[in-house]
Design a protein around this ligand. Structure first.
Ligand SMILES: C[C@H](O)[C@H](O)[C@H]1CNC2=NC(N)=NC(=O)C2=N1
Length: 95
């Protein structure tokens, strides 16, 4: 079971991914990505999907044309864990 982030560790972890915003009412983070067109958005999603599957850690997300909304949390922990922070960094590197 992955531990939910709390206290100082949580503050420090979130400080390392400042472009990801806390979601109101849920212990989760979210970020919106915009691309030139659907093809670019879909390519990004494909690369994120492969990274997520490799890590066995999967995003909640949606896509409308050139926009991709991603929400991260660890369902098994009922909130944010280091797995979300790690995946956020991988996603930022892919984008
Ligand atoms: C059995 C499998 O390892 C788990 O269900 C994984 C799959 N992907 C997951 N993804 C996310 N975001 N949270 C989880 O708790 C989670 N658990």
């Amino acid at each position: 079971m992955t531990a939910k982030l709390a206290g100082k560790a949580r503050t420090q972890a979130l400080a390392s991914i400042k472009s990801w915003k806390k979601v109101r009412g849920r212990d989760a983070i979210q970020k919106s990505f915009k691309f030139t067109d659907f093809n670019e958005a879909w390519g990004f999603m494909t690369r994120v999907a492969m990274a997520a599957e490799k890590a066995d850690h999967h995003p909640e997300w949606s896509n409308v044309y050139n926009k991709v909304e991603i929400l991260l949390l660890t369902h098994d922990a009922g909130g944010l864990s280091l797995k979300d922070v790690a995946l956020a960094k991988v996603i930022d590197a892919i984008a």
